[in-house]
Ligand binder design. Structure first.
Ligand code: SIN
Length: 282
């Protein structure tokens, strides 16, 4: 029996071939899990997953998170729809972020399956937060070593006029439960985490949900947060993934950021996302 073949990519991630995600042996799963922990995002091509197969594969990683804000697949509550229609201007996930950092126990990761792709465009860029941490200057590493940061989802998913999904048309009919988002409590995570699977250090702040450092105002936090974000925008540890029919990506929310590019106006892009519960970060 042959095992999946893991090809590390420059920047971040690994492409895994020689595997049918409908039939992964226990040994094959171990290879994928190790690649996931080490590389932060794994990509598969030419898969043929039904919605049920998608759920079955995701369940091997842990408990599925039923998304509170995204529209769900009509027949499978486990699957969140990441959709953009031809008449929409904005998309879901169109900026650097990592999912669910606003939760006390942020999600382990997500399995995204391409269902309908635009003729051109619609790539997703990933960034390694292992590499972001490793390449920080030593003085900055020392400065952030004991800092903790506050994360919130209210300004993104909430009901206020100026929240991200109220201001844009990305959310219309696709993002809901703004009242629940308004009740979200801020959560605090270390700025440098020890990754629960790999034991490696990763930078754990992101431009979408990290609003300030604990014990500081937003204004006081801004210069250092901006400096950290600017460091992460460097392309040295990015990978741009071009989706093809049958593509599947699975990313780790603790060790990567991602950004769904919005460069396919007038076309449809439908993705199915399943997110897996994670754990508290230390
Ligand atoms: C997301 O941010 O979860 C969506 C990623 C994508 O659509 O490529």
């Amino acid at each position: 029996m042959s095992l999946p073949n893991v090809i590390p990519l420059s920047g971040v991630g690994a492409e895994i071939s020689g595997v049918d995600l409908r039939h992964v042996s226990d040994q094959g799963f171990d290879v994928i899990a190790e690649a996931f922990a080490q590389h932060g995002v794994v990509f598969f091509r030419d898969q043929d997953l039904t919605e049920a197969d998608h759920i079955t594969f995701a369940e091997r990683w842990g408990e599925i998170n039923i998304n509170r804000f995204f529209a769900a697949h009509p027949d499978h509550a486990e699957i969140a729809l990441v959709a953009k229609e031809p008449d929409q201007t904005d998309n879901i996930g169109g900026g650097w972020h990592t999912d669910h950092s606003y939760d006390l126990e942020p999600a382990l990761g997500s399995v995204l399956v391409a269902r309908e792709l635009p003729e051109t465009g619609g790539d997703t860029i990933f960034a390694s937060m292992y590499a972001a941490y490793e390449t920080l200057p030593d003085d900055l590493k020392t400065r952030i070593a004991d800092l903790r940061a506050v994360h919130s989802g209210r300004h993104i998913f909430g009901a206020g006029d100026d929240t991200y999904y109220q201001k844009s048309d990305a959310g219309q009919g696709r993002i809901g439960n703004a009242e629940v988002a308004d009740q979200l409590q801020d959560v605090v995570h270390p700025v440098v985490i020890t990754h629960p699977l790999s034991g490696k250090k990763a930078l754990y702040v992101n431009p979408a949900f990290t609003i300030r450092f604990e014990g500081q105002t937003r204004e006081e936090s801004h210069p250092l947060l901006s400096q950290l974000f600017a460091h992460c925008y460097s392309g040295d540890f990015h990978h741009r993934f071009s989706w093809t029919p049958g593509s599947v990506a699975m990313w780790d929310n603790r060790s990567t950021w991602h950004w769904a590019l919005n460069d396919y106006h007038g076309q449809r892009r439908i993705m199915h996302r399943i997110t897996i519960e994670g754990c508290a970060l230390g």
